[in-house]
Ligand binder design. Structure first.
Ligand code: HEC
Length: 132
């Protein structure tokens, strides 16, 4: 093999490695909220201004794993994915509250309920944020 071919092969391998590292972690479609939790509606649904607080909490507590724009990182899945957005507000609230600690999603039941509903508004708002 020529030197040039070796260099090209190494470059391709490095590129593949970087591309893979930047890919968001896959979501687990088998993690499903119980029906009674999924039925709950967001008490802040009629108060869209409450999203500002949600955005702040998101940046403090969620962005390190899910990414500033919610598109996911190697640590956590994309929250703008159709499979996430198709879930009800109640289902997202339940997932944020209970977490899935063995899979790496922490429990946020220690946050007051209104803050967790604000986070649900924020997860919805991520859909329209530009991809960076
Ligand atoms: C330590 C990393 C980490 C932090 C911090 C974190 N998450 Fe997660 N999150 C995860 C992982 C990992 C999963 C995937 C869990 C699984 O596969 O079952 C997840 C899953 C989720 C899901 C479910 C997505 C789906 O596919 O149904 C939601 C909603 C969510 N996170 C919201 C949040 C919010 C809101 C915050 C901040 C309050 C947050 N997460 C903070 C790691 C994290």
């Amino acid at each position: 093999m020529s030197r040039r071919m070796i260099i090209a092969a190494v470059a391709v391998m490095l590129f593949a490695l970087i591309a893979h590292a930047q890919q968001a972690r896959d979501r687990d479609p088998r993690w499903i909220a119980p029906a009674d939790a999924a039925e709950k509606s967001n008490p802040l649904a009629s108060r869209p201004e409450a999203v500002a607080g949600g955005s702040k909490i998101y940046r403090q507590r969620c962005a390190t794993c899910h990414g500033e724009n919610g598109r996911g990182t190697a640590k956590a899945p994309d929250l703008t994915a159709p499979g996430v957005q198709a879930q009800s507000d109640g289902a997202l609230f339940w997932k944020i509250s209970s977490g899935n600690t063995h899979a790496g999603m922490p429990t946020f039941s220690f946050l007051p309920e209104p803050q967790r509903w604000q986070l649900v508004l924020q997860v919805r708002a991520l859909r329209v944020q530009p991809v960076r």
